[in-house]
Ligand binder design. Sequence first.
Ligand SMILES: CC(C)(COP(=O)(O)OP(=O)(O)OC[C@H]1O[C@@H](n2cnc3c(N)ncnc32)[C@H](O)[C@@H]1OP(=O)(O)O)[C@@H](O)C(=O)NCCC(=O)NCCS
Length: 176
Amino acid sequence: MLSFHQEPRLTIKPVGAFDLGRLARLHRHCFEEGWSRSDLAHLLALPGGFGLIARRGGTFVGLDALRGVGFALLRVVRDECELLSLGVLPAHRRRGVAGELLRTAMQSCLDGGAQSMFLEVAIDNLSAQALYDRFGFVRVGTRPDYYARPDGTRMHAYTMRCDLVAALGSRAPQPR
Ligand SMILES: CC(C)(COP(=O)(O)OP(=O)(O)OC[C@H]1O[C@@H](n2cnc3c(N)ncnc32)[C@H](O)[C@@H]1OP(=O)(O)O)[C@@H](O)C(=O)NCCC(=O)NCCS
């Protein structure tokens, strides 16, 4: 029996041909500047490009949770991969969704031949940095004025790198 304290089941699946609309909706709810369906289709069509969608299942979840609560977009090129975007709907944050997406993404990239994962994160995005720190990412550089904000300002980004073998072998947190 489902208790009130039990989280509905989380499933992570690869983005399919019919997921572009829900992916665009998720992205729009997670970032100030959402990526369009055609932006997303272009990224996913790049060699080595793929995406993951997280859904909550179960009797008591709403339509939103069934359609998707989070996503990750990645690209693998030879022995390196890049986390292009990661987001979780505001109402579903701090419940392990991004952690599970990231762990699944890291494993998929390792299985696809990548040894290192890279990403960029705004230097004022402390929540995302806390997540990446926890998974063994380290800051390897700074990109001045990397992000353009809708208000016209710009923000520096850190480049972070993770050794996938080391992280998945011993340090990555286990799913909840
Ligand atoms: C960053 C983001 C993806 C985290 O998603 P989430 O599902 O809430 O993250 P999780 O619940 O899996 O958190 C895992 C760990 O990350 C860290 N973390 C996540 N959010 C945090 C926050 N707001 N403050 C501090 N630490 C945080 C914690 O260590 C957390 O573990 P804990 O909850 O046991 O303390 C989400 O806040 C988001 O979508 N933000 C907007 C989009 C974005 O910034 N994407 C990243 C771009 S680089």
